[in-house]
Design a binder for this molecule. Structure first.
Ligand SMILES: NC(=O)c1ccc[n+]([C@@H]2O[C@H](COP(=O)([O-])OP(=O)(O)OC[C@H]3O[C@@H](n4cnc5c(N)ncnc54)[C@H](OP(=O)(O)O)[C@@H]3O)[C@@H](O)[C@H]2O)c1
Length: 371
């Protein structure tokens, strides 16, 4: 049996359940881990007896769920991490006692997990994606899949796999087999992947610029369709420009946020506003009920803070991104610059600009098309 025939998934939220159901329907064996103090969705599914999916994924799935880390690590050498990046360190601490030298860890999304000190356990390989393959929500054990992405970006620490089977398919084919229906765009490094997490452009500004409306209506409006108006889009383009300049300073030709989103869903929108109004995976999404939401608590510290820190180290003016971070700090009382994935947390605080460029620029001779 191929080693990737069994797949463990750590993180029992909508993204983890959608991946589990998708892999099951593609003939894989799956085991889903829910952290013992984060059992909300797992308990609802258990009460119903199975997962019910609707939207872009239809039907019922009987998904084995465990709270036992030993079981999940023994089950498979392939372990997906589908917790928000704010939960990754909790999970990494729990995995530290295990021998993971034959395991592949795939963080969906990664948000530079493989650079943080705590993740430096001995593991076969770590891969990071920019986004989840599914746009999905979950309520009372029911999964609603609003959209399935056609392309996501990925990078690995090393380009080999620990199965020891050199006669097996190539490493990228092995990984591609774990993402049904999604084309993987291979990036030169996890930094390029993190810079391609366009949630950093969309989410924090959409919440901050609609904060009054969210709090006064309890989120009773459509987040993109009603909340991504021309002024909000203009602010997003300011953040996006800095993101592109950070990429350029590293020799990366990043796509605009609009282009990344269009590639995700095979769309061809010409502005963020028309995308917000007409894109089916976006224009039905309800606003969150309150301002406390991972669109801020995850995307500011673990996406915008590393972008801002990298910009500083590369001599790029990041004031539009810094402004969003400061506004988020004032609105929440959190110190995201301090608690987020800053250069110290990413172990890049003593690295010179020249070293940063050397480490995260694409090797020109090995340039490969990502399409
Ligand atoms: N869903 C989407 O459409 C979508 C789209 C793009 C990207 N993503 C990204 O994909 C990831 C997973 O998304 P999701 O919607 O499945 O997330 P989620 O429901 O917020 O979280 C997934 C699971 O992780 C648990 N968790 C949260 N913090 C934890 C911690 N400190 N330790 C252990 N477990 C913890 C959650 O428990 P609780 O229920 O107790 O919080 C939940 O069971 C996120 O990074 C998200 O930004 C999702």
């Amino acid at each position: 049996m191929e080693f990737q025939q069994c797949v463990s998934i750590i993180g029992a939220g909508p993204a983890g359940f959608a991946l589990a159901a998708d892999l099951l329907s593609h003939g894989k064996n799956v085991l889903l881990y829910s952290h013992p103090t984060h059992l909300r969705h797992a308990n609802s599914v258990r009460e119903k007896g199975c997962l019910q999916a609707s939207g872009a994924m239809e039907g019922f799935a009987d998904i084995p769920i465990t709270t036992d880390m030993t079981e999940v690590i023994a089950f498979s050498q392939v372990v997906f991490l589908t917790v928000p990046s704010t939960g990754q360190e909790t999970i990494i601490q729990e995995m530290k006692g295990y021998d993971l030298r034959q395991h592949i860890l795939i963080a969906v999304p990664g948000n530079l997990l493989s650079l943080i000190k705590d993740a430096h356990m001995e593991v076969g390989n770590i891969l990071e994606t920019n986004l989840s393959p599914y746009s999905c929500r979950m309520e009372e054990g029911q999964l609603l899949v609003l959209g399935r992405k056609k392309r996501i970006m990925i990078a690995a620490l090393r380009n080999d796999h620990p199965s020891g089977n050199s006669a097996g398919p190539g490493f990228r084919d092995v990984i591609q087999d774990l993402f049904p229906g999604v084309r993987l765009g291979w990036c030169s490094s996890v930094v390029e992947v993190c810079l391609s997490n366009i949630n950093g452009v969309f989410h924090p500004l959409m919440l901050l610029m609609n904060a009054g409306r969210i709090e006064s209506t309890g989120g009773d409006f459509l987040l993109y369709r009603d909340g991504l108006t021309p002024a909000v889009a203009a602010a997003m383009l300011g953040v996006d420009q800095v993101r592109l300049e950070i990429g350029a300073a590293l020799g990366l030709q990043l796509e605009s946020t609009l282009d990344v989103s269009n590639a995700c869903y095979d769309q061809a929108f010409t502005s963020l506003v028309t995308l917000a109004q007409r894109s089916p995976p976006h224009n039905r999404l309800r606003a969150p009920a309150g301002f406390e939401n991972r669109n801020i608590s995850e995307d500011v510290p673990d996406v915008l803070v590393p972008w801002c820190a990298l910009a500083g180290a590369l001599g790029v003016d990041a004031s539009p991104i810094a402004a969003v971070i400061v506004l988020a700090e004032m609105a929440t009382g959190e110190s995201f610059m301090e608690t987020g994935r800053n250069l110290r947390k990413l172990q890049l605080d003593t690295v010179t600009r020249r070293e940063l460029v050397a480490r995260f620029s694409p090797p020109t001779t090995q340039h490969e098309s990502r399409l």
